[in-house]
Write a protein that binds this ligand. Structure first.
Ligand code: ZN
Ligand code: ZN
Length: 181
C-alpha cells in the first residue's frame, strides 16, 4: 500500500508481459503471482477495493491512500497509522491516478492476449488444489496434523483472489473514475 511498491510491481508486470513468449508458459508464470500482488498494492485503506480517484496526505510520508469518496472514513490499517489522520490534508495523488489507469490497461491487454487461456487453466487448477486442501483439512481434523499444513493455510489466505478476478477488477476500473468537472 505505498506508491513506490505499486510502481515497482507494475513495472515488473509490464516487463514480464512484454518479454513473454506465448508458446512458452514458463516466461509468464511470474504474472500469476505479480498480478494479485499489484492489485493488492492498489487497495484503498478504507474500502479495501482497488482505489478510485486516489487521494493521499500531502503532509506525511506514510504513503497511505484512499478513494476520494472514502476520505475521512475509518482506515482498516493494522496497526493504525498516526500520521495520516487529518483527512483535510488529503489531495488527489496524480501519480497513483496514472498508475491505476496503467493497471487497468495492462489487465485489458493481458485479458486479450493468449496468456489469458493459461490464466484460466491456472485458476482452475488452483481452485481444485484449494478444494483438495479444504477436504484434506476436514479429514485431518480427526487425524494428526501433518507438517507443512500451516504454510499452505497462510499462503492461500494472503492472496485469496484468482488471477482472472484481478483482471476483471482491473478492467472495471476504466469506467469507474469520476469524470473531472
Ligand atoms: Zn475506497
Ligand atoms: Zn498513514
Amino acid at each position: 500500500m505505498d506508491t513506490e511498491n505499486c510502481t515497482n510491481l507494475y513495472l515488473q508486470v509490464c516487463q514480464t508481459f512484454l518479454t513473454c513468449k506465448y508458446d512458452d508458459p514458463s516466461t509468464f508464470e511470474d504474472l500469476y503471482k505479480l498480478l494479485p500482488w499489484l492489485r493488492q498494492s492498489l487497495t484503498c485503506c478504507v474500502c479495501s477495493k482497488v482505489v478510485v480517484d486516489p487521494m493521499s496526505s500531502t503532509q506525511t510520508h506514510c504513503q497511505h491512500f484512499v478513494c476520494a469518496k472514502c476520505r475521512g472514513g475509518k482506515m482498516v490499517l493494522r496497526p493504525s497509522c498516526s500520521w495520516c489522520k487529518d483527512a483535510n490534508a488529503f489531495e488527489i495523488n496524480e501519480h497513483l491516478v496514472i498508475l491505476v489507469q496503467c493497471f487497468s490497461k495492462i489487465c485489458e491487454l493481458i485479458l486479450h492476449s493468449p496468456i489469458n487461456d493459461h490464466i484460466i487453466k491456472y485458476d482452475q487448477n488452483r481452485k481444485k488444489e484449494q478444494q483438495k486442501e479444504a477436504t484434506g483439512k476436514k479429514e485431518e481434523h480427526s487425524k494428526k496434523r501433518r507438517s507443512g499444513t500451516r504454510r499452505h493455510q497462510v499462503s492461500s489466505r494472503i492472496l485469496n483472489i484468482s488471477v482472472s478476478e484481478v483482471l476483471q477488477d482491473g478492467i472495471s476500473k476504466c469506467n469507474q473514475t469520476t469524470p473531472v468537472t
